[in-house]
Ligand binder design. Sequence first.
Ligand SMILES: [Zn+2]
Length: 160
Amino acid sequence: MIFSTNKQGDDCCMTQPNSEVKCPTCNKKSKGVLAKTLKALLTDKSKSKLSCFSGFYYCTTPSCKTIYFREETTLTQKDMITVVGLKDGAISATVCYCFGWTKEKIKAALEDTGKTIALEDIKAKMNNDGCVCEVLNPSGRCCLSDVSNAIKEITKQNIQ
Ligand SMILES: [Zn+2]
């Protein structure tokens, strides 16, 4: 455990978690997120209740209401300034937060033309403008695997 007093609200109480920890709500393994991701995506009200933002994990289970957790603390959609697209019932079901790709948009393209340029578009923009997944994507990670999974999932649904 590393304590740092000069970076209040950032990495003040814990090192970045590397291990996977089980969500207290759904019991599925979750990956750690950076303090800067929470700082960027939580509401002011929710931030005011936390002494620091490090040591949180991100639950990706669609049916689970918990988005972030740290020991006994759980945060849900009401604590967020952005809609977490992978949770059940999310509107819009955003998959790429940097360039605004949603499952709705991908689905519409697949239904109209049988293909989507989502991946190509994201890759091209990442090269030109760069991406800011760390502060826009609730997972704090690159969205490319989420986008390709979404395309596969929607393609499968359309075939059935
Ligand atoms: Zn969960």
